[in-house]
Design a protein around this ligand. Structure first.
Ligand SMILES: Cc1cc2nc3c(=O)[nH]c(=O)nc-3n(C[C@H](O)[C@H](O)[C@H](O)COP(=O)(O)O)c2cc1C
Length: 249
């Protein structure tokens, strides 16, 4: 049952040598492309990387995370107005998609198709891992994958048969993320209650200790997702959006 797949899933970062055959991949891609898409425009593209040389080229732009080299399939999901713009121009229609809203629209489309593929893959017993490095190093990935103007990579997924079964990681209780009718802002007491389970996990305590910090939140702010890095990569991404023609107005 699909709901069991959803409830039991975990990210897989280690893959067996077993190939993911073209027929299966094609079936997953066909299913993924059934995802909802803004105005049925399908303003996304998916780049399939299987070639080991190409993976080696991509690897440093994903900070050498081993899944890029080790997974049989690497999928780069791109926001793509290039194809749609060309169709408009060819059919005497004037595209007005050189703006940030259009990028965001296409990014939403790309993420929906990515997540649908992930669900289809996990339902078939495959393992997946998203790579957030794509938006950090988008300019390099654009060069490597020869993405034209109007196309921006928004996420990458590695895909293969699992060769590990890691413990499931925690989630906040559902009540922490769901608001009935209107947003109910959190009191400090709510925050304490919702985050305590995460904070008390042994792996969390280990992260805090290893990094000589006081709290788990500091692991995020001071180690994993630092302000300095966020600002640096934000600027790079904004430049990419300009270069790819999404910030003309
Ligand atoms: C947009 C996005 C980017 C991610 N980037 C990375 C990454 O670069 N490397 C990695 O190992 N995992 C990455 N992940 C996987 C998350 O770390 C993982 O989903 C999260 O820790 C929860 O674990 P679970 O998927 O096993 O439940 C990413 C997930 C998402 C949704």
């Amino acid at each position: 049952m699909i709901s069991d797949t959803l409830l039991n899933r975990r990210t897989i970062r280690k893959y067996s040598d077993k190939a993911v055959d073209d027929e299966l991949l094609n079936e997953l891609l066909i299913k993924a492309c059934r995802a909802s898409t803004t105005g049925n425009m399908q303003v996304y593209s998916i780049i399939v990387t299987r070639d080991s040389e190409k993976k080696k080229e991509l690897s440093p732009f994903h900070f050498n995370q081993k899944m890029i080299i080790e997974a049989p399939v690497v999928l780069t999901f791109c926001a793509d107005f290039n194809r749609f713009n060309k169709w408009c121009t060819l059919r005497k229609a004037k595209p007005g998609y050189d703006n940030f809203l259009s990028f965001f629209t296409a990014a939403i489309d790309a993420l929906l198709v990515a997540q649908t593929l992930c669900i289809a893959a996990e339902s078939a017993g495959l393992g997946i891992c998203y790579l957030g490095t794509t938006t950090y190093m988008a300019h390099k990935i654009i060069d490597t994958l020869k993405l034209p103007g109007g196309v921006v990579p928004v996420t990458t997924v590695t895909l293969g048969w699992p060769d590990e079964k890691p413990e499931q990681v925690d989630r906040l209780p559902v009540e922490a993320v769901v608001h009935n009718e209107v947003y109910h802002d959190y009191t400090f007491e709510d925050i304490g209650r919702f985050y305590i389970l995460k904070e008390e996990r042994s792996d969390s305590l280990q992260f805090v200790k290893e990094n000589n910090l006081e709290t788990l939140a500091q692991v995020f702010t001071d180690v994993r997702y630092k302000k300095k890095d966020n600002i640096y990569f934000s600027k790079m991404l904004l430049q990419v959006l300009k270069d790819q023609g999404f910030m003309n107005q």
